[in-house]
Design a binder for this molecule. Structure first.
Ligand SMILES: [Zn+2]
Length: 328
């Protein structure tokens, strides 16, 4: 029996049924961390497939389903491998593509990739939104199965200046709030807190264009660790000790914290199903977001799985009614 009172969710109205892409679409780019050229194809997939990366450079190809428990590394990016085993083939930096999938309500995809890192493209999820929309969105014949948060779960790390936390709690819709604190003049001069509600906001307009960012003072250490090798001012906001170095400046006044929301949306979509709940976080990142998701999914009392029939009267106006119309 579908729960009552679920709000319409803005541009995502009509998202009660599972979705995939209509046709395959391909892109070529470079991995921001490994720096390798990579070719990637987004392919339609049947209902209930979820999102599956397929390493087609390996013989035989290796499938890696996107799930909370296939995440094997969260340093600077979210990386998956079969069963979360770091010794097995990986796909790194999946979060921006996952974020675009969450923003457009994509549940099912097979993603062919010929290297171990998703291309960074422009450093945001706007390029992924464009690609997915170019491929066309196909509404499928099976209801979406939402993970509905039933009780609060929270992860914390550190204290005082090193404190970070992330939390999920029940909410009739999907809302995120994020606060950053970098003690850096260029970042402090921008908005440090942002809220985004899928019910009233527009992912593509409000969030998708926010790019990843990095500090020149960390470049050496990152490169020594084999990270950031493909980063440059075309795909990263680069900040020295005082200011943003990109000639064109920022895309949003609060682009940094918006990128953290974009990442969180992607990290949470790794659950494999859309979420219904309120996420809030302070200085969280890929590692804490993944711990939060695992904590939620490990507690059968903390969530349930709900679906809504397309024209169910209990489904809210503006949600079911939009089902027949294309989403965009
Ligand atoms: Zn990111």
């Amino acid at each position: 029996m579908p729960p009552a009172g679920l709000p319409g969710i803005g541009e995502n109205a009509g998202m009660l049924m599972q979705r995939t892409v209509k046709t395959a679409t391909r892109t070529v780019g470079v991995g921001v961390h490994g720096g390798h050229r990579v070719e990637l194809t987004l392919r339609p997939a049947p209902a209930d497939t979820g999102i599956v990366f397929r390493r087609i450079d390996l013989d035989p190809p290796v499938d890696i389903p996107v799930r909370a428990d296939t995440v094997c590394d969260t340093r600077m990016a979210s990386t998956i491998s079969p069963g979360g085993d770091p010794a097995l083939p990986k796909v790194q930096t999946i979060e921006h593509l996952m974020s675009a999938c969450a923003g457009l309500g994509i549940d099912n995809l097979v993603v062919d990739i010929d290297s171990e890192e998703v291309p960074i493209l422009d450093g945001s999820s706007a390029s992924w939104v464009y690609l997915l929309k170019s491929a066309g969105i196909e509404v499928q014949g099976a209801p979406r199965r939402f993970i509905r948060v039933r009780k609060p779960v929270e992860v914390r790390e550190g204290e005082g200046a090193t404190l970070k936390w992330a939390r999920l709690e029940p909410y009739a819709g999907y809302r995120l709030a994020f606060e950053i604190e970098f003690n850096h003049p260029a970042i402090d001069a921008t908005g440090r807190r942002v809220e985004f509600d899928f019910g009233s906001g527009r992912y593509e307009r409000d969030i998708a264009r926010a790019r990843t960012f990095g500090f020149t003072r960390e470049v050496e250490a990152m490169r020594a660790a084999g990270l950031g090798l493909g980063g440059n001012m075309d795909n990263v906001i680069v900040i020295d000790d005082y200011r943003v170095l990109n000639a064109d400046g920022l895309r949003y006044d609060d682009e940094f914290v918006k990128h953290k929301i974009l990442d969180a949306i992607g990290d949470l979509h790794i659950a494999g199903r859309p979420l219904l709940g309120a996420y809030s976080a302070y200085k969280s990142g890929h590692a804490l977001n993944n711990r939060l998701l695992r904590l939620l999914l490990a507690d059968a009392g903390a969530y349930d799985i709900v679906s809504y029939a397309p024209r169910d009267n209990a489904a809210p106006a503006g949600f079911a009614a939009a089902e027949a119309a294309p989403a965009w």
